[in-house]
Design a protein around this ligand. Structure first.
Ligand code: C2E
Ligand code: MG
Ligand code: MG
Length: 290
């Protein structure tokens, strides 16, 4: 895994320019796709309504930017929440197409930086991610595929097979996302052998005020480390949470304290030692999608 300092990218549009042009030759469907996935997707969202924002992931050791996570945004009110957008895509059988489209929008803007990209578990059974022309395989730095723990990983064997295959291609690593939320299954850390585990905000919020929670997180960090995974603490909102999370041994952090998701990829705001730590409210929203 590489680690480098990253500067902000130029402020150019992160949208696809419109539905017809959102179908370049590279995104022809896999040969065995059972539905017209582009038609299914366009039945509830136009590709021009999708954009991607980026949130920094910081390294505690060097107090430096480590990577960015790409997060989809949809301008249709009903689908402002990414999970709502993906729920509809699951209903319509076009999750793989949606994921591919998001990667086509977002990955080019992550050029020159390690990039974390969310993959919905359902995408793994739709044949899109293994296509060699997927944007993640052309990325010029490491790519971390985040598989959420918050929805069940059905067809586990098939999913595992796809993920392992994808991660043999070089520069692509697996992340178990949202550990500690929803359908968390510790065994995924054993089975999937992730490079990184992300601890859900449910484990991080208020950690500075709860010694037992802090013990739990420390133990989970130690377990992950012993299993060969680095740990990202998600959803750090206050400087007090940040200080406590560092004490647990977690390697990386992410949260509104450092920067909200935004486009262009935002710079990191480190808590000022002297201001230690009156930050109880997250900084004002800077998120916008061009
Ligand atoms: P996630 O992958 O765990 O992403 C982190 C979520 O927490 C993001 O919400 C982010 O905006 C939010 N967040 C970051 N820092 C903080 C913080 O300090 N406090 C709080 N309260 N929240 C924070 P978002 O963007 O609404 O995404 C929600 C979930 O939707 C994601 O959770 C991910 O599971 C899914 N998602 C988002 N974008 C994509 C995508 O492009 N593809 C797929 N498959 N899923 C996505
Ligand atoms: Mg994620
Ligand atoms: Mg998460």
């Amino acid at each position: 895994m590489t680690r480098k300092l990253i500067s902000s990218l130029p402020p150019v549009s992160n949208r696809l320019s419109g539905a017809p042009s959102a179908k370049p030759p590279t995104s022809a469907p896999p040969p065995d796709e059972p539905v017209d996935s582009l038609g299914a997707l366009q039945s509830f969202v136009d590709p021009s309504e999708l954009s991607v924002v980026f949130q920094p992931i910081v390294s505690f050791e060097g107090r430096e930017l480590y990577a960015y996570e790409a997060l989809v945004r949809c301008s249709v009110p009903e689908y402002r929440s990414p999970p709502a957008l993906f729920d509809r895509a699951v209903d319509r059988g076009c999750t793989g197409r949606l994921g591919r489209m998001i990667r086509e929008i977002g990955v080019p803007f992550g050029s020159g930086m390690p990039l974390f990209v969310n993959i919905h578990p359902r995408e793994l059974s739709e044949g899109w991610l293994i296509r060699p022309d997927d944007p993640v395989f052309g990325h010029d730095d490491d790519v971390f595929l985040e598989i959420t723990e918050s929805v069940p990983l059905s067809h586990s064997d098939q999913c595992r097979g796809v993920l392992k295959e994808v991660c043999t291609r070089g520069g692509v690593f697996l992340v178990v996302d949202d550990l500690g939320a929803g359908y968390s299954n510790l065994k995924h850390i054993v089975d999937l052998e992730p490079a990184i585990v992300k601890l859900d905000r449910a484990l991080i919020a208020g950690i500075d005020q709860n010694a037992r929670q802090c013990e739990l997180v420390s133990a989970v960090v130690e377990l992950c480390t012993r299993l060969g995974a680095k740990v990202v603490a998600e959803g750090i909102e206050t400087a007090a949470e940040y200080r406590t999370v560092v004490e647990t041994g977690a390697h990386y952090g992410q949260g509104y304290l450092f920067a909200r998701p935004a486009f262009p990829p935002p710079l990191v705001r480190w808590p000022d030692q002297s201001e230690d730590e009156k930050t109880t409210e997250p900084p004002p929203t800077t998120e916008r999608s061009n």
